[in-house]
Design a protein around this ligand. Sequence first.
Ligand SMILES: Cc1cc2nc3c(=O)[nH]c(=O)nc-3n(C[C@H](O)[C@H](O)[C@H](O)COP(=O)(O)O)c2cc1C
Length: 214
Amino acid sequence: MSTIILNGSPKGKKGNSEIFIQQFLKGMTSPCIVKYISKENPELLARYTQTFDTIIFVLPLYIHSMPGVMMRFIECLEPALASESKSIGFIVQCGFTESSQCKYVERYFCSLAEELNRNYLGCVVKGGAAATYMMPRVMTLGLFKSLQKLGKIYERTHSFDKQIIRKLEKPYELTGFTLKYLQFVIQIGADKIGWDKFLRDNGVLNKKLDRPFI
Ligand SMILES: Cc1cc2nc3c(=O)[nH]c(=O)nc-3n(C[C@H](O)[C@H](O)[C@H](O)COP(=O)(O)O)c2cc1C
């Protein structure tokens, strides 16, 4: 069974999706082809991708959906033949803590699998991942272990382990004390301290309310 992993982030090798891919691959014993959608001609890549039994997309959530480069690529994919028994799976990581944010794109991926005539392996979702690239090693240990295990089990069973999916998607929605605590943090404006530092460091703090796309 041949597998291709597609990185759907416009940041390619410099993004968090790449870290997820490398950890997934670490769990596997044989190497796997990885391609970067943002770096390729979408039609040529789609043709190449069709030659693999399984496609695994690893992508960031952008505005509750997928990045534009990935959407453009998906439109170039053709359905597999019914006789081919091909599969497709998705690993989505996003900035906000609640993985429930990915529910819309998850539903889309499920119907996309049907449209492309491919068996749906599922959608692995991890929230709170925006800072993965700068987190100290000790804070990513659990996540990396789960991703490696996901890769290991995928290689052996050709499926995404349901238990790991359930573990990674926590919290699905914030409730109780955590929710109340974060509401308080927002109320006093403490949530802006970190974001404002990024803006200040880049000299754009005075532009933070700009709306360039309107
Ligand atoms: C344009 C843009 C839109 C984003 N939209 C969302 C979003 O709707 N929900 C969310 O949780 N995170 C959102 N994020 C955060 C990314 O999902 C997160 O930073 C992710 O780790 C980036 O992965 P990458 O480095 O592979 O691109 C957005 C980031 C960008 C740059």
